[in-house]
Design a protein around this ligand. Structure first.
Ligand code: S3P
Length: 425
């Protein structure tokens, strides 16, 4: 992919459906009783991996493009897949599905691509084992391939070391099948889509601060789910609109759940001109249209409870900080090291290649903004969020920016370059 400097972004976009909510709608729909109709389902490779896993466990899923219909068979309706379950590049598929598989009356092997086989799975193996599950890392390295032998589970009260929605959701899903209540407490509140959707499907879920509580016994029922636009995909366009002078763009119907919308807070703290309009709600999830105008930005600090609310947006925010006056500090973000790539290292290297003044730290980075960036060869490391971040940075850099492996954007935003180029025309 080759990107050149832009003179301004103009127009309107409907970003694709939310990745987290799309995954959950197919998973919960598969183990619910009856039909789940999903509108604006994300047709990204990760969410297609989730569909294919549930199809191979006997669930009839009709993917009509924007609409997906899942014919759920209830909590006990899955059957043993013929072969290994392939989760592709998707951490959400791997971790959430493990919570469901832990309770089945069959055994299964779960794996994925090279990146997924490096990502830490002990964080779900430990609590699921406490619930009575048998999970074995076949290479004994705490990563996939995982062999899961399902069986009867008991509810647990668990305190997670990491603020991770994937960990929380895996435990809650196992809790649906367990004897007794399940409670998960996390250091900071992570995205709460599972709690919202499980409740919407009729399960007995509640939240108290950073604790989610599930009482088993109420079998989820199929529902109509309308998936909002993904704020993590909108993030690239929001930042592009702010960074490229003479821009004004409107993004329609984007999810603004507060556990996901940290990017809006940070952009505003940096001086961004962002207006929310037409606020509504979709299947329990708040949405809005987002109007963005180019802005003069200044540095900020991102830390603590804010981090889980913008974890996937940190690469883009780090790049934007290069165009802000003064210093930006990102800390408490060690989780970035165990995403699709080591996003601290990959960001620092690629930003430095473009001439940015950036220092890597143990749990984040420090960016001194205001230095002009120049085009460079960017190594995406096949990480979709890195590729999209540098496509946007390239719009503000002198000369050409070349992104290797840029097609990996298909993981979460298949039409990304088309949308960006249409705005940048
Ligand atoms: C996700 C949770 C986050 C996020 C990922 C999607 C989810 O991961 O980075 O892209 O859908 O639950 P963690 O829960 O591991 O932080």
């Amino acid at each position: 992919m080759i990107i050149r400097k832009s003179k301004g972004l103009h127009g309107q976009v409907q970003v694709p459906g939310d990745k987290s909510i799309s995954h959950r709608s197919v998973m919960f729909g598969s183990i619910a009783k009856g039909k789940t109709e999903i509108h604006h389902y994300l047709q990204g490779a990760d969410c297609l991996s989730t569909i294919s896993c549930f199809r191979s466990m006997g669930i009839d899923i009709d993917n009509q493009g924007d609409i997906v219909v899942v014919h759920g068979k209830g909590l006990r309706g899955l059957k043993r897949p013929e072969g290994v379950l392939d989760c592709g590049n998707s951490g959400t598929t791997t971790r959430l599905i493990s919570g469901i598989l832990a309770a089945q009356n069959f055994d299964v092997v779960l794996t994925g691509d090279e990146s997924i086989q490096k990502r830490p799975m002990k964080r779900i193996m430990e609590p699921l084992t406490l619930m009575g599950a048998h999970i074995h890392s076949l290479k004994d390295n705490g990563c996939a391939p995982l062999e899961i032998t399902g069986g009867p589970l008991r509810g647990i009260t668990y305190t997670s070391k990491v603020a991770s929605a994937q960990v929380k959701s895996a435990i809650l899903l196992a809790g649906l099948y367990a004897e007794g209540a399940t409670k998960v407490t996390e250091p900071y509140l992570s995205r709460n889509h599972s709690e919202i959707m499980l409740k919407y499907f009729g399960a007995d879920v509640s939240s108290e601060g950073t604790t989610a509580i599930l009482h088993p016994g109420r079998e989820p029922e199929g529902r109509l789910v309308s998936v909002p636009g993904d704020i993590s995909s909108a993030a690239y366009l929001i930042c592009a609109g702010l960074m490229v002078p003479n821009s004004e763009i409107l993004l329609h119907h984007v999810g603004i759940n507060p556990t996901r919308a940290g990017i809006l807070k940070v952009c505003r703290a940096m001086g961004a001109d962002i207006t929310l309009m037409n606020e509504q709600s979709d299947s329990g999830e708040p949405t809005a249209d987002i109007l963005v105008r180019s802005s003069l930005l200044h540095g900020t600090v991102m830390e603590g409870a804010l981090i889980p609310t913008l974890i996937d947006e940190l690469p883009m925010l780090a790049a934007m900080a290069c165009f802000a006056e003064g210093e930006t500090i990102i800390r408490d973000a060690a989780e970035l090291k165990v995403k699709e790539s080591n996003r601290i290292q990959v960001m620092v290297r690629n930003l430095a290649a473009m001439g940015a003044d950036v220092t890597e730290t143990e749990d984040g980075m420090i960016i001194r903004g205001g230095r002009p960036l120049h085009g460079a060869v960017i190594h995406s490391c096949l990480d979709h969020r890195i590729a999209m971040t540098f496509a946007v940075a390239g719009l503000c850099a002198e000369g050409e920016t070349k992104i290797t492996g840029g097609e990996c954007v298909k993981i979460s935003y298949p039409g990304f370059y088309e949308d960006l180029m249409r705005l940048a025309k």
